[in-house]
Design a protein around this ligand. Structure first.
Ligand SMILES: [Ca+2]
Ligand SMILES: [Ca+2]
Length: 406
């Protein structure tokens, strides 16, 4: 048995095993009494001993960058620096130890800014340190004079002061007034780029696999081509080949769990914001027809086929969830491994403990993050820091640096 135990790769595997063993032995261990680093042998030897519960840490919150307007997304780029987008200003900026500089040559005037749409998701290439590539999801104007949401790839110069090249990876995401424009990006080490899109407040988009709206998409970050493992890769329809999951309303969060897949965050109607675990080819059950009928369920199991239930949902009313990220580090204590989700209308950050079987175990919303108004995006930084963007507008937004207090 020991031989099979050592093959277990992840902390989550170990935790569930510890719990399983504890149940077998008649112990009273719970999820919170099995510390992340505990080995199976520890538990066996210390059966009945009291182990310290991971504590819920107090949070230290610092206004790191001020004077922003709808900062939509942010990434750490090494040496304590950050790169971030502002939605309506349609700028890319770099924060370098107190100095903020706007990246030169970014074509701000070409970004279509309307309502919820503008310069939104940003992602750095996994090899950004050497290739200086990053990606944005943004509104744009089509050749025919209409509008679209699209994903662009950019390259920065060595000094990280200016754009030296740009390329459209994929476009043609539907638009209407700018409502439900999505749009979040997540790059994985394997070279794939995930995109979470909005349904443009058009009822037929989410369940229509030939529309890029109300989807998660997956593409090759270098070429912009559909990722070869996509579920409909053999389709004759060019859009459908990009689709990874469908039946979404407005995907504004994508989060990679270490060893445990990719999760999405989307905004509900008047009820049921959702966190979902993405299953290749999965239907997430939003079908607001006829017209744009928002009285339908966020996951309508009465649709043909199987609709995948949410891991977490807000219930009624919604809190308007946007970006989310898993956070890691021993100093986070009971928050270590949580998915942290920003809420706009709810003006908070929701810390979700999710089991390795993708089941919700605990929900917390610490008071320290309830005093900055609307929260857009949560990003795990190096060491024990998370970056949080606010979304209040009026040029008075922040990027917050949040740490567990020692
Ligand atoms: Ca759903
Ligand atoms: Ca069904």
């Amino acid at each position: 048995m020991v031989v099979s135990l050592v093959r277990l790769a992840t902390v989550e595997d170990m935790r569930s095993l510890v719990l399983g063993l504890a149940a077998t032995l008649g112990l009273t261990l719970t999820a919170t009494t099995a510390p992340a680093g505990a080995s199976t042998l520890d538990v066996t030897h210390q059966a009945g001993a009291h182990r310290a519960k991971p504590k819920v840490p107090a949070l230290a919150v610092k206004k790191l960058v001020t004077g922003l307007d709808h900062p939509w997304d942010v990434r750490p780029i090494g040496d304590g620096r950050l790169i971030f987008t502002q939605r309506d200003r349609a700028t890319v900026s770099i924060w370098d130890h107190g100095d903020v500089r706007t990246v030169g040559n970014f074509p701000t005037a070409s970004v279509w800014v309307s309502g919820e749409t503008g310069l939104m998701g940003l992602e750095t290439d996994p090899e950004f340190a050497t290739n200086h590539r990053f990606y944005t999801c943004q509104g744009g104007t089509t050749d025919g004079g209409g509008h679209e949401v699209k994903v662009m790839a950019w390259k920065l110069n060595d000094a990280l002061t200016s754009i030296t090249g740009g390329k459209k990876l994929v476009g043609g995401f539907p638009t209407s007034s700018g409502r439900h424009g999505g749009c979040r990006l997540l790059a994985l080490d394997d070279g794939s780029l995930y995109v979470g899109t909005g349904d443009a407040a058009q009822g037929t988009n989410p369940e229509n696999k030939k529309s890029l709206g109300g989807k998660t998409l997956r593409l090759d970050a270098k070429t912009g081509k559909p990722w070869p493992k996509n579920p409909f890769i053999k389709s004759g329809n060019a859009h459908k080949r990009y689709v990874q999951t469908y039946g979404h309303r407005n995907v504004q969060g994508l989060a990679l769990r270490k060893g445990g897949g990719v999760y999405s965050v989307e905004q509900g109607t008047y009820r049921d914001d959702e966190v979902n675990i993405l299953r290749n080819g999965g239907d997430y059950g939003y079908n607001p027809v006829p017209g744009y009928n928002e009285s339908v369920p966020m996951t309508d199991q009465s649709l043909p086929g199987k609709q995948i239930s949410a891991v977490w949902r807000s219930g009624d009313p919604t809190i308007a969830t946007s970006g989310g990220g898993f956070i890691y580090g021993k100093r986070w204590g009971a928050y270590n491994g949580n998915l942290v989700v920003g809420a706009l209308a709810g003006q908070r950050a929701v810390f979700l403990k999710i089991t390795d079987a993708a089941k919700l175990a605990k929900v917390r919303a610490p008071a320290a993050l309830r005093q900055f108004g609307r929260i857009r995006t949560i990003v795990d930084g190096p060491g024990s820091v998370i970056y949080v963007t606010t979304d209040n507008g009026g040029g008075n937004d922040y990027i917050l640096a949040v740490r567990p207090k020692r």
